[in-house]
Design a binder for this molecule. Structure first.
Ligand code: CP3
Length: 346
């Protein structure tokens, strides 16, 4: 219908929008009282994700409050291992806990059961029917490497020592797990597009744990394969990559080789490097420090202005990582208004 008018999609196609669009990673979540209320009612996080009535309402909560330019599906990257048959729990104050995959036998048993993620696609259908015509709907998944990290270690408490040991000692086994994840993510993302997702983001939160040829093999290659497969079916759906905490050269390699349409840069990325070495290749998204959003006020506005002035309007304003629970919602409102009302020096 009016999809071409959506400023987020315009930037992802490489066209200048009238004003810089903005959305925020983890824009739905614990910093919003209306989220906490629903979460209390649901009892646990997984039920929230898998009940379309709740998940669609949560997806829309920050859109109603702040008028952001994109809604991101409310779900989690760990729903893919869940649908592969891995036991998954979110424990209060502890984060996710998965039954670790320990050997080839466990990997052979993994089979993506699309029935388990049907509620996610239903959430997309519901959200889509309620979005304003200028607001884009973003679907997502975790990158194969990051999801493999959680599946091998079972949690993030020890910094993924087992996953790193697999890189060094069990590459064949890791390859098999990664291939399984590429296949599952392909189904999961194609289903999200069929349900109405207009753009996708691939979250590689732990890309920074490996470098050099390991980074090429386990971050770049599986991402390229996944992007290729999605593009084969849906060539016009833009994909944003987020290889968090990859070093400068890692980001540059990633943007040149994976086939993503845009790159989300993390808080640590230097604006100077991003402007000179990355933005000429593909549009960027990012990268205000979430802690500066907690502070708010002039500190926040000055930091936001610096990002806006660095990249100009062919850019999607976002954070360098997700909104943290202690963020005052008023600061988010202030930030969104600031970005929307920003005028670039002539
Ligand atoms: O608003 C949005 O961004 C969309 C929803 C979304 C969630 N998780 C909801 C969520 C998205 C895109 C994610 C991605 C995700 N999930 C990532 C990649 C991005 C990143 O943060 O690096 C990762 C690594 C996960 C796995 C995960 N889920 C962890 C480690 C945790 C616990 C840490 C935490 O913040 O509590 C979660 C739980 C989670 N996912 C919450 C939300 C809103 C908090 C759940 C709650 O306690 O209410």
């Amino acid at each position: 219908m009016y999809e071409t008018e959506k400023p987020v999609l315009k930037v992802l196609r490489g066209e200048k929008p009238d004003r810089t669009p903005v959305w925020l990673m983890r824009q739905a979540g614990r910093y919003l009282p209306e989220y906490m209320e629903l979460r209390k009612k649901a009892g646990n996080f997984l039920d929230l994700c898998l009940t379309p009535e709740w998940a669609s309402d949560i997806t829309l909560q920050p859109i109603r409050r702040f008028g952001l330019d994109a809604a991101i599906l409310f779900a989690d990257i760990l729903l893919v291992p869940m649908a592969l048959g891995v036991k998954l729990e979110f424990r209060e104050g502890e984060g996710p806990v998965l039954q670790p995959v320990e050997n080839e036998n466990a990997i052979d048993k993994l089979l993506f059961d699309n029935e388990k993620t049907l509620p996610v696609y239903e959430t997309i259908v519901r959200v889509k029917s309620e979005l304003h015509r200028n607001t884009a709907l973003i679907g997502f998944c975790g990158a194969p490497w990051t999801v493999a990290c959680y599946m091998i270690d079972g949690n993030s408490k020890t910094g993924f020592t087992k996953a790193k040991a697999w890189v060094a000692e069990k590459p064949a086994l890791l390859g098999k797990l990664i291939a399984t994840l590429v296949g599952a993510s392909e189904i999961y993302l194609n289903e999200q597009i069929d349900a109405g997702a207009e753009a996708l983001q691939i979250f590689d939160s732990w890309a920074g744990l490996i470098e050099g040829k390991d980074f090429t093999r386990w971050v770049i290659e599986p991402t390229r394969e996944l992007v290729n497969r999605i593009k084969a079916k849906h060539p016009h759906i833009p994909v944003i990559g987020f290889p968090r905490e990859a070093a400068n050269e890692g980001y540059r390699d990633y943007i040149l080789k994976t086939g993503v349409d845009a790159l989300s840069i993390d808080t640590a990325m230097s604006l100077d490097y991003a402007k000179k070495q990355l933005q000429p290749v593909k549009p960027l998204q990012g990268n205000l420090n979430p802690q500066i959003l907690v502070k708010g006020g002039d500190t926040m506005k000055n930091a936001a202005a610096k990002i806006l002035n660095t990249f100009g309007p062919l850019h999607i304003f976002n954070l360098g990582h997700g909104v943290v629970p202690e963020t005052p919602p008023e600061h988010v409102a202030e930030l969104v208004d600031f970005v929307h009302n920003f005028t670039f020096p002539a």
